[in-house]
Write a protein that binds this ligand. Structure first.
Ligand code: CTP
Ligand code: CA
Length: 239
């Protein structure tokens, strides 16, 4: 991958990037969340803007300091969201006019079935524990792939913890086939790997499982490699 910097190879390209992690309310003061800081998605959005793209960044609970970096870019509009449903609506709205959509956000797979209007209290059932009913959220990426226009490129991200006897590539290929996005960027995560880290290692696969790029480096370097891969598939669809 070429080094980032003063290229304008994304000039005129309209880009939507989702970043961060959605939070699903339990009651007015509690939520189910995840460890995504939004750094990788913001790096993808900033790299695109610096390479000339017009960017909409759909942020879900991105760390304030990370979002501040993004708000300094003139080519970048920020839309703030909270839950998976909100992020899904914003993504659908913004994607209709986009050439490239990158789903870097960690979208909650489930939401609480009945969000309590008042703060849950142990007083309701002292010493008895708590069960929450969860329902599956819509797959936003699958929805975008389902209505993809000609010439539109849709990219997913997957954080994986490969199991025994299984490689990151095996898992990535299975998910890439299931998701049907033009590209899937796959990285390995663990308790101390990936989320808050500044360095990231990534495989970029097509839906057919072809490895377009492998890269390790800072989130910014990964972002530039991702845009190189996007440009490659846009020049040569169905490679
Ligand atoms: N994604 C999405 N909507 C969801 C869940 C995930 O758009 N409800 C997107 C993510 O933004 C990411 C991609 O799908 O770009 C892969 O997310 P991942 O959680 O790895 O996929 P899942 O299909 O949810 O698979 P898993 O059961 O392994 O979590
Ligand atoms: Ca998931």
């Amino acid at each position: 991958a070429a080094a980032g910097g003063s290229r304008s190879d994304l000039g005129g390209v309209r880009v939507v990037v989702t970043a961060g992690g959605t939070r699903e309310p339990i009651d007015p003061v509690r939520y189910i969340g995840n460890r995504s800081s939004g750094r990788q998605g913001v790096a993808v959005a900033l790299a695109a803007a610096e390479r000339g793209a017009d960017v909409v960044l759909i942020a879900a609970h991105v760390d304030d300091g990370v979002l501040a970096e993004a708000s300094a870019s003139a080519r970048l509009k920020i839309v703030r969201t909270g839950t998976a449903a909100e992020l899904g609506r914003a993504a659908a709205d913004e994607a209709s006019a986009a050439d490239v959509v990158v789903m870097a956000a960690a979208v909650a797979d489930y939401r609480v079935a009945d969000v309590s209007e008042s703060k849950l209290s142990k007083d309701a059932a002292p010493g008895r524990g708590l069960r929450l009913d969860l329902v599956e959220n819509d797959d936003i990426l699958a929805g975008l792939v389902g209505v993809r226009r000609d010439g539109q490129t849709i990219v997913g991200f997957a954080a994986e913890t490969p199991g025994e006897g299984e490689t990151l590539l095996d898992r990535g290929r299975r998910k890439a086939a299931r998701k049907g996005a033009d590209l899937l960027a796959v990285n390995q995560v663990g308790w101390s790997l990936g989320f808050e880290a500044n360095e990231n290692e990534i495989l970029i696969l097509t839906a057919e499982g072809v490895v377009v790029e492998t890269t390790r480096g800072t989130k910014r370097e990964v972002a530039d490699a991702l845009w190189d891969a996007v440009l490659a598939v846009r020049r040569n669809p169905g490679q």
